[in-house]
Design a protein around this ligand. Structure first.
Ligand code: G4P
Length: 529
């Protein structure tokens, strides 16, 4: 392959994910994005959520859901001159550490906000994760077909709460029953909204120029109001600045309605024009691997088990960082030092699992995994470096796990450690007791673990409540201080699945007190694999 061909493939790729609070419209916007990417002919064909998979804990049902949802876990489609990869970020009940880690595998994010609600909790958390890599963020203010909050107030809230500057690219004209469309500040065009067009790509109804008298003819009193508002907005808000966007300091903001399929294309235009192509990635040696480096490399950010009832295997999701994947090529799994020939990598195109012939930086391929691949694993063309920046995240939910049959303690521990290596869950063993504590980011993980322990490790386990609010990995440059801390705080310390020392806090207040009391100890929220 020529370098020019690789370069060309890299230049056109945009790999992104959507961050939002449940119900803000992620599913709906994904559907409209696929409509614009010509992956579906008519909106309404992507599985809706009506069947009520939220909070379902029945594994079989869950598995069936997954069988469907895996087809949408990575979506690739062309848009304008670009090739876009959209990575699904599990939400609602299946929200998990995978959601966080997916954000470490993309080059940009779209933040979707419900215009009536503004910034909500989950969005705040997900934004924190994007900050680890200063990922560029685009924003879509959704549900303009409903009465939303004052748009300027919404931007202020984003700036205050999320600490990112807003640059409106489009500006809404009314909302709810009075939603007329948007003014595109960069194109100097008013794009008019028509109801009942949500299921298809619309021909844009455009009025060129804010001073165009046609605007008054068609919008009546709204025209003058829009002119006044735009004057205010242009004075009060930040202009778009590409460099600041790429540094994660400023977000271009689009207004629209995903349900009405209005404004999604403006956002997509922004994404392909401004969002970064596949980025270089840092290694544990501190050097960076560029996307158009000819040698293949990539890392595993997610492992999904038993996704499809028809395929009982696990799939490891690999993000390609550099070079080209070709069917049948050999790659080195750096952690084990083994060279493996991969001839059946999966892609998730067109709503089905199919085999890929070739893939490029920014793309995601699925590797069949029979338990040998772990989250964070690096694959290379034979080189020995490992990628950094694929962390574990401190769990937010905790339970004590106990066996029904006490004689199987060893299998239980083995199962839990393996599942934690795979990234399904985290396990903590307190220094002073024989308890086993399971920690997860999302509640569904607990059910997954019990099910997998039973089917794969033949142990039956149950959960008990435990008084733990949060966990932090602890370390110190000063060995002596760490020893002292280990003695004094023993009752709060545990080892995780990889034998790393962890502080288990019964309350957030307890954690802050400990942080104050032991200034030489670093308490971290993420841990590198
Ligand atoms: P999520 O994936 O972020 O959780 O959100 P999802 O797209 O499922 O949207 C949540 C609800 O908000 C859905 O309604 C959806 O139809 C609605 N919605 C999304 N975008 C818009 C919009 O632009 N305008 C309006 N008015 N509603 C929007 P639901 O009744 O909860 O679900 P469903 O029964 O329609 O599937």
């Amino acid at each position: 392959m020529s370098d020019a061909k690789l370069h060309e493939e890299v230049e056109k790729r945009r790999t992104f994910a959507i961050i939002s609070h449940p119900d803000a419209g992620k599913t709906t916007i994904t559907e409209k994005v696929l409509l614009h990417g010509h992956q579906i002919q008519k909106a309404g064909t992507v599985k809706g959520k009506k069947s009520g998979q939220h909070a379902k804990s029945d594994w079989m049902e869950m598995e069936q859901e997954r069988g469907i949802s895996v087809t949408t876990s990575v979506m690739q489609f062309p848009y304008n001159e670009a090739l876009v990869n959209l990575l699904d970020t599990p939400g609602h009940a299946d929200f998990s550490e995978d959601t966080y880690r997916t954000l470490t595998a993309v080059d940009s994010c779209l933040m979707v906000i419900d215009g009536a609600k503004g910034v909500e909790d989950r969005t705040i958390k997900l934004m924190e994760v994007t900050r680890l890599r200063d990922t560029p963020i685009l924003t879509f203010m959704n549900k303009l077909d409903r009465d939303i909050r004052d748009p300027l107030e919404l931007l202020d809230e984003v700036e205050d709460v999320l600490k990112i500057m807003c640059a409106p690219i489009t500006w809404p004209i009314g909302s709810g029953k009075n939603f007329k469309g948007v003014y595109h500040l960069l194109r100097d065009e008013v794009i008019l909204y028509k109801t009942g067009q949500g299921h298809r790509i619309q021909e844009e109804d455009i009025i060129k120029g804010l001073d165009n008298p046609e605007l008054d003819e068609r919008l009546g009193v709204w025209a003058e109001e829009l002119r006044e508002q735009i004057e205010l907005v242009e004075g009060a808000s930040n202009p778009f600045d590409l460099e600041m966007f790429l540094a994660g300091e400023l977000t271009p903001v689009f207004f629209g309605t995903a349900l009405g399929n209005f404004g999604v294309d403006h956002m997509l235009d922004g994404l392909v024009d401004w969002a970064p192509k596949p980025q270089s990635r840092e290694t544990d040696e501190g050097s960076f691997v560029e996307a158009d480096n000819k040698n293949f490399s990539g890392f595993i950010f997610k492992i999904q088990a038993n996704m499809d009832p028809k395929h009982r295997d696990r799939v490891a999701f690999l993000r390609i960082v550099s070079g080209k994947y070709e069917k049948g090529m050999k790659m080195r799994q750096v952690r084990t030092g083994k060279d493996v020939r991969i001839s059946d990598a999966l892609t998730f195109l067109a709503g089905d699992r199919s085999h890929v012939e070739e893939a490029y930086p920014g793309d995601i391929i699925g590797l069949h995994n029979h338990g040998t691949i772990q989250i964070g694993d690096t694959f290379t063309a034979g080189e020995e470096f490992k990628f950094s920046g694929i962390p574990n995240f401190a769990p937010e939910l905790f339970r004590r796990i106990r066996l029904k049959d006490p004689l199987k303690q060893k299998q239980l521990l083995k199962g839990l450690v393996q599942l934690s290596e795979e990234g399904a869950v985290q396990v903590f063993r307190p220094l002073i007791s024989n308890d086993l504590i399971v920690g997860a980011v999302g509640v569904l993980q607990f059910d997954v673990v019990v099910h997998r322990l039973k089917t794969e490790y033949k142990v039956e386990a149950i959960y008990e409540n435990i008084n733990v609010a949060t966990a932090r990995w602890v370390m110190s440059k000063d060995e002596k201080k760490l020893d002292e801390f280990r003695r004094k705080a023993e009752s709060n310390l545990a080892l995780d699945g990889g034998d790393n020392l962890t502080y288990i806090a019964p309350t957030m207040v307890n954690l802050s007190l400990a942080e104050e009391r032991y200034p030489d100890i670093t308490f971290t929220h993420t841990r590198e694999h």
